[in-house]
Ligand binder design. Structure first.
Ligand SMILES: [Cu+2]
Length: 150
């Protein structure tokens, strides 16, 4: 009889400890979740992409210089319908007036300045970001980047 009582008390003790540990870990998990969700400002949820205008130059055997302007990185990948921000810094070259094929988006990137392009493309596909000043090889291009929309 005494042994039985002792066993019951021990069992109750361990159940009590178990409930306490479960509550404490649940509290910590919920607290960690809260921190992850609520400490992030809303603007941080918009993915950001950073691009620059770059230039490659080389000298031919005959002494002639050739060059090309590029968007760098040359490809970004986004999800359809997702709002993202594309920041383009003008480094090499002067003015880079641009448009994004298949959209109404156009603008200009100037040396020493940053242009912010809010993007939201609903239809999946590959969209070309084209610099009108350097669109092809004849105009020191092709200065074309590819926006892959999944
Ligand atoms: Cu350009």
């Amino acid at each position: 009889m005494k042994l039985l009582v002792f066993t019951k008390e021990t069992l109750l003790f361990f159940i009590a400890i178990g409930v306490m540990l479960a509550s404490i870990s649940a509290w910590f998990m919920l607290k960690a979740g809260d921190v992850a969700v609520f400490n992030q400002p809303a603007s941080k949820n918009v993915p950001e992409f950073h691009m620059v205008t770059a230039e490659f130059k080389t000298k031919m055997k005959n002494g002639k210089e050739i060059e090309v302007y590029r968007w760098n990185p040359g490809t970004i990948v986004i999800n359809h319908g997702e709002k993202v921000k594309l920041y383009i810094s003008g480094i090499n070259g002067g003015d880079h007036p641009f448009y994004i094929e298949g959209t109404d988006i156009k603008g200009i990137v100037k040396k020493g300045e940053e242009t912010v392009v809010p993007l939201q493309i609903n239809k999946p596909g590959t969209y070309q970001l084209v610099c009108e000043a350097h669109a092809d090889r004849q105009h020191n291009g092709p200065m074309i980047a590819y926006i892959v929309v999944n």
